[in-house]
Design a protein around this ligand. Structure first.
Ligand SMILES: [Cu+2]
Length: 221
């Protein structure tokens, strides 16, 4: 079960409880109550309200701490010191990465900007789950820090409507294992790109040079 399924199940359960509450009120609406019964139900309602407030308070503080104690947005000014850096430029309607491959196991700093309008830079794992995202904005460089655990072909999809070509505004980049071994599908993709004489072939060479540089920098740490 992925987290979205769990949240969907919790939301359904909550909606079910609210529905049951409404049905209970409707079923009691025609009944007249004596004063003692009214006082009793007021006391019960007060007690339930206090408990509910306490539960909500604990849930709110606990949930806020659990989701934000490691704040997901890195500092946007100054050097983040990540061993790998990828410059990302968005434009209607394509993505440009320099370099086009990164390694697992060490942090990657994506410096994301746009040449025209706002775009949404979202990275999807090979299984199709979103792993990180930020905005691509003209005149700004937004920094996104992510460490990849699994090698493979990751997809980038625009998440901010940016015109007629928004839907197909996709691209992909390779995450290679830190020991240099490529994932099987990544090796196939690179081979077919080279065979086709794709314009990315030179860029891929530059990419591996940069990755090698980053790797040696890491070892030096
Ligand atoms: Cu878009």
């Amino acid at each position: 079960m992925i987290i979205q399924d769990a949240i969907w199940a919790i939301a359904l359960a909550g909606m079910g409880l609210v529905t049951l509450g409404f049905l209970h009120v409707v079923s009691q609406a025609g009944r007249s109550a004596d004063e003692e019964a009214t006082r009793r139900s007021a006391r019960t309602a007060n007690a339930i309200r206090k408990w509910l407030f306490a539960v909500l308070l604990v849930g709110f503080v606990g949930g806020t701490w659990a989701t934000l104690h490691r704040f997901p947005i890195p500092a946007q000014s100054g050097d983040l010191g990540a061993p790998q850096v990828v410059d990302v430029v968005a434009r209607m309607w394509s993505w440009q990465f320099t370099p086009e491959a990164v390694q697992t196991g060490s942090a990657v700093e994506f410096r994301v900007t746009s040449e025209d309008v706002n775009h949404g830079f979202a990275i999807y794992s090979p299984e199709g789950h979103i792993v990180a995202q930020t905005q691509a904005m003209p005149s700004y460089s937004n920094k996104l820090l992510h460490t990849f655990d699994k090698p493979g072909t990751y997809t980038v999809q625009c998440l901010e409507y940016c015109g007629i070509g928004h839907g197909p505004m996709k691209a992909s980049f390779e995450v290679v294992a830190a020991n240099g071994a490529k994932a099987p599908n990544a090796a196939d993709a690179a081979a077919s790109a080279n065979a086709a004489g794709a314009p990315g072939a030179n860029a891929a060479g530059a990419a591996s040079a940069n990755v090698a540089g980053a790797a040696s920098a890491t070892q030096g740490d």
